[in-house]
Design a protein around this ligand. Structure first.
Ligand code: ATP
Length: 606
């Protein structure tokens, strides 16, 4: 029998049996039986890529998350868009027609219900090879009609059960109740380790065909993505400190961008993300900078790709990387640019350095990377990005000597609305895929406000670059109401917010407010209407003369329910964005402190 003749149905029988098995050992035995009895002597990769679809990087992304897959299936099945089955697929989160929504949130199960009514139990005899070919085509096209037609071809050659598993393969999550580690281990004792340093499932399947033959340890290589070192979550600063007791600890800001490994080999540069895919879209914005500022011919850097806003001198909120990469590719002028922060180095010159201590690697990092503000930087406690921090703002990384240092750094990071902190053992080596606690992450818990917050602008901050000398961000406040019948007389400063408006909207808002801007000449004295703390962050460059001259803006944000020590209101916000300007709402209808506190408590379930 050649590979081309093995039916996908046999793999489906194994999946189904694994679902019934209670113990991991039994599940593992199923895989072994399949490989030995059905697949022995064959191309293991063709089956293993269907068992571990999330690790298969040969065919890239299908561009089909649940909602797109639902739409493609509706077309593939020729359903009318408003038919009950089409609606079931589109509204899969509600769980289709199953009793008490048992399938809610599981797209493949909802789809299986719909398919069952159309496909029945008889398989069309699809082979594993045919399935892989179809999946290749599915990944190769971006055209929705073509995707639907490929799915329709598969539907003709399968039954509903097989189709359910195909959908799970496309969604890259089989929910088999067996870890990837166990699957690797059953395949070959060295499989996991080899995969971790190559991220190449095909190579693993080809090199480790013989389970009885051990493979010699392989080191990382430039050009092959490595599975990243990961961080273990801890609940608070003292738990973190306890865990790293007696160690030399560095604490870093947890940046909220894309984890990217930069592999540079002469002029060849790769940008590998966490799912091992290369992101050539970063090349137009970054390659030249890398060529000029990385001082070795070959290296691997580990770090975070972010967007730097030159007008506000801050990192932009998460989610704008792709847009900015595109703008760079098209040569568009923008205040925003890609910025890579290297926090580690894994390879330099002709050797891997992951076995060296973090302290040694950081020293090397300084020799290898020439920092370029807002574009390419390094995260080391004394220097690098820390040298580029605007005056008065906290550091990006520190050496911690006690738990108080950690607490203080954590608070500052949160007040700065960063995502959290990462603590690292300075004596530890870098280990692929390790989450055993050499790195710890501490993040605050945020709740979603649920609705927009209508707050009053009470001050403005100047931007730099294109918006230099012009207000680019605002200080907003909440009303303090003595009784409900009179207008509020005081406003409590609440947060600083800059993003969300288009250039035109911002310009219109500024020209409306400009006549009432009053320079903040005496930083110790805010106008009597405003209540602020003594923190420098709360000192805008201009105040609004009086609240009745101001404008309400709706902001969206997540809220952290601890006392904010920077702004006068008792909570801090994450990613506040102006949603719209409420010219229609009079200033005195601003959200008041008590209503906000109630809102937080109700969203919090308190
Ligand atoms: P999360 O959703 O919390 O980011 P995760 O599972 O993606 O979790 P973890 O390994 O738990 O990843 O947390 C580490 C992640 O934090 C890294 O993948 C990286 O993207 C990001 N990160 C940001 N700043 C740092 C830093 N200074 N050092 C290490 N990782 C950092």
């Amino acid at each position: 029998m050649t590979d081309a003749t093995v039916r996908f149905g046999l793999l489906v029988s194994m999946f189904q049996a694994m679902l019934r098995d209670r113990s991991a050992a039994k599940k593992r035995r199923r895989l072994r039986t399949f490989l030995d009895r059905v697949y022995t002597g064959r191309d293991y990769f063709s089956a293993m890529r269907l068992v571990l679809p999330a690790l298969d990087r040969e065919r890239g992304s299908y561009g089909l998350k649940e909602s797109a897959l639902a739409a493609a299936l509706v077309d593939a099945l020729g359903l009318a868009r408003d038919s009950p089955d089409a609606l079931r697929l589109v509204n899969w989160r509600r769980g289709g027609a199953s009793r008490a929504g048992a399938n809610a949130g599981n797209f493949a199960l909802v789809a299986a219900e719909v398919l069952q009514r159309r496909q029945g139990m008889t398989s069309g005899g699809l082979t594993i090879k045919e399935l892989n070919d179809a999946l290749d085509q599915l990944a190769a096209t971006e055209n929705r009609a073509e995707k639907a037609s490929i799915l329709s071809g598969l539907i003709k050659k399968t039954n509903a059960l097989e189709m359910k598993w195909i959908l799970m393969i496309i969604l890259k999550d089989l929910k088999l109740g067996i870890s990837e580690k166990s699957i690797f281990h059953e395949f070959h004792p060295d499989a996991e380790e080899l995969f971790n340093v190559t991220c190449d499932l095909k190579l693993v399947c080809e090199k480790l065909r013989d389970r009885s033959q051990r493979h010699k340890r392989q080191d990382i290589e430039v050009g092959k993505p490595v599975r990243p070192q990961l961080a273990m979550r801890v609940s608070d600063a003292s738990a973190a400190w306890k865990k790293l007791h007696g160690k030399n600890v560095i604490v870093e800001c947890k940046f909220d961008g894309d984890r990217i490994q930069i592999h540079k080999n002469g002029e060849e540069i790769h940008f590998f993300s966490r799912n091992f895919l290369d992101h050539p879209e970063y090349a137009p914005g970054m390659s030249k900078i890398i060529m000029q500022n990385i001082l070795v011919d070959r290296c691997i850097l580990d770090g975070e790709m972010l967007v730097w806003d030159t007008s506000t001198n801050r990192f932009a909120e998460f989610g704008s990387n792709q847009e900015i990469a595109k703008a760079a590719r098209e040569g568009m002028e923008s205040d925003r640019q890609l910025c890579y922060i290297a926090f580690d180095i894994l390879y330099a010159g002709d050797t891997s350095v992951i076995h060296q201590s973090l302290a040694e690697r950081q020293e090397l990092l300084q020799k290898v990377v020439k920092p370029l503000k807002g574009q390419l930087d390094i995260l080391i406690p004394n220097g690098g990005l820390n040298d580029h921090r605007p005056q008065g703002e906290p550091c990006w990384s520190i050496i911690a000597h006690n738990v108080e240092d950690v607490e203080k750094f954590f608070k500052e990071t949160i007040e700065n609305r960063d995502e959290g902190i990462v603590l690292k053992d300075l004596d530890s080596k870098w280990e692929p895929s390790d989450r055993s606690g050499k790195w710890l992450k501490l993040k605050p818990d945020y709740i979603h406000a649920g609705s927009d917050l209508d707050v009053l602008i009470i001050g403005g901050y100047f931007g730099s670059g294109r918006r230099g000398g012009e207000v680019a961000q605002f200080l907003v406040g909440l009303a303090e109401r003595s009784d409900s019948s009179s207008f509020p007389k005081r406003f409590v400063s609440f947060c600083r917010v800059g993003t969300g408006l288009s250039d035109e909207e911002l310009d219109a808002l500024i020209s409306k407010l400009k006549p009432y801007f009053r320079k903040n000449d005496n930083p110790r004295q805010a106008p009597r209407f405003y209540e602020v703390t003594n923190n420098a962050k709360e000192r805008p460059d201009v105040w609004i003369e009086s609240p009745d001259k101001s404008v309400i803006v709706s902001i969206t944000s997540d809220i952290r329910t601890i006392k904010s020590e920077v702004f006068a209101a008792p909570y801090s916000l994450r990613f506040p964005r102006i949603h719209r300007v409420r010219y229609d709402k009079p200033w005195h209808e601003c959200l008041d402190v008590q209503a906000f506190v109630d809102l937080v408590h109700s969203s919090n379930g308190n």
